[in-house]
Design a protein around this ligand. Structure first.
Ligand SMILES: C[S@@+](CC[C@H](N)C(=O)[O-])C[C@H]1O[C@@H](n2cnc3c(N)ncnc32)[C@H](O)[C@@H]1O
Length: 379
């Protein structure tokens, strides 16, 4: 078990309430949510206490932005294996819990899940023991503020073996694709080899449209992500900004109005294309997007941006990138993190910055995960 999970679970005991009933019938069996037996207010207190103890000696955590406790997720990757369709059993990779309905997923996606289950009964699923079979995942995505729905079928072979009985279901979606995942690795993304419907969905934050394609990252809790983006925009004051790990460009585009110029750097070509398309759709001209490794890009980068936004994947920023930031010394670093342990490590390694109290965001209610925003400025 990862250190973050171990530590927050150790603290969780004192916030549990034996009287409270977990909202999900799969609780205890499914590995998705571990905090459903903790009342929501206590989950927020627990996350704050955890962050304050983890970041002690570096910076305090002032507050945590709450979320709708249930029905918030805009994405769920359902594994289809061993005759079941659902999520993996807690700590057991080779066991799948049949999920009939998931209370943290948005309601419309839950309804679609209910419709899809019987339709997939005649489709061969994937055998993770023999590494044979066809359908590995059904991935549900939904724009929280638009209601647009996407269901992608991740398959181990590049051929459409979906039955004709699925046609009506698919045509009622905004987007559906066949995605190839033919390696031994357990991936729910890969090459889009057939678009069955649409090809993308839209999310909308404060009048800005974000086009989301099957493989591109988008924060999984839209109301809380919007809150986070609003806070980041308040920190921008007409300067040039470098947005590292920019995904489909959502932060870059959201802050563009307050900036002189924003350059987004992202390693997934499909996400960069989507970011450029998102800039076009929204008529935003003072942004550009580069497809590159964030560390490599910064290696060549000499000057120009006084603010760097950093939103790395769970593993945190690459140590080379932190070293380079210490050389480039941007005036302000806005660090968004979904991994407090990596945040602690990176904040300790960045030299000479004043760090404001961290703000936390409950991006993942009912689970041990927490998102944070740290602002570092040169004194
Ligand atoms: C946590 S997401 C942030 C996305 C975006 N900022 C947002 O709010 O939607 C991290 C992003 O970093 C990208 N990424 C991962 N490794 C990278 C690297 N070495 N260089 C650049 N981007 C990378 C991922 O593809 C993903 O889109």
């Amino acid at each position: 078990m990862k250190k973050h999970k171990r530590d927050i679970l150790a603290l969780a005991a004192k916030y549990r309430d034996t009287e409270s009933t977990p909202p999900c019938t799969h609780f205890g069996e499914c590995g998705g949510c571990l905090f459903q037996d903790i009342p929501y207010e206590n989950q927020l207190k627990l996350k704050l206490e955890y962050l304050n103890s983890l970041l002690e000696g570096i910076v305090g955590t002032g507050e945590i932005a709450p979320s709708p406790p249930l029905g918030y997720r805009n994405r769920m990757d359902y594994v289809t294996a061993f005759g079941r369709m659902g999520l993996r059993r807690a700590g057991r990779y080779r066991h799948v819990v049949d999920i009939i309905s998931c209370p943290i997923l948005q309601e419309k996606s839950n309804r679609l899940l209910g419709e899809l289950r019987p339709l997939l009964a005649e489709v061969e699923d994937y055998d993770y023991l023999r590494h044979s079979g066809y359908l590995r995942y059904a991935v549900f995505r939904q724009g929280y503020f638009t209601g647009e729905c996407m269901v992608n079928f991740v398959t181990a072979a590049r051929e459409n073996r979906l039955p004709a009985s699925l046609e009506d279901f698919i045509t009622r979606l905004d987007s559906s694709s066949l995605v190839l995942s033919d390696s031994l690795a357990d991936l729910s993304h890969g090459e889009v080899y057939a678009v069955l419907q649409g090809g993308s969905i839209n999310e909308n934050f404060d009048g800005l449209t974000f086009r989301i394609t099957p493989n591109s990252f988008f924060q999984s809790n839209s109301p809380v992500a919007r809150e986070l983006y609003r806070d980041i925009r308040r920190l921008i004051d007409g300067e040039r900004v470098l947005d590292l790990y920019s995904g489909v460009g959502s932060i870059s585009l959201y802050i563009a109005r307050g900036a002189e110029h924003v350059t987004g750097v992202e390693i997934v070509p499909e996400a960069v294309d989507a970011a450029k398309e998102n800039a076009r759709i929204n008529g935003i001209a003072n942004v550009d997007f580069v497809c590159d490794d964030a560390g490599e890009y910064l290696r060549e980068f000499s000057a120009g941006a006084s603010t760097v936004v950093l939103d790395p994947p769970r593993a945190g920023a690459h140590p080379r990138l932190i070293t380079r930031l210490n050389e480039v010394r941007p005036k302000k670093i806005i660090y968004v993190s979904c991994n407090p342990v990596a945040l602690r490590q990176d904040l300790s390694a960045l030299e000479g910055y004043r760090i404001d109290p961290v703000r936390a965001y409950d991006m993942f209610p009912q689970t041990p995960h927490v998102e944070t925003l740290a602002v570092l400025t040169l004194p």
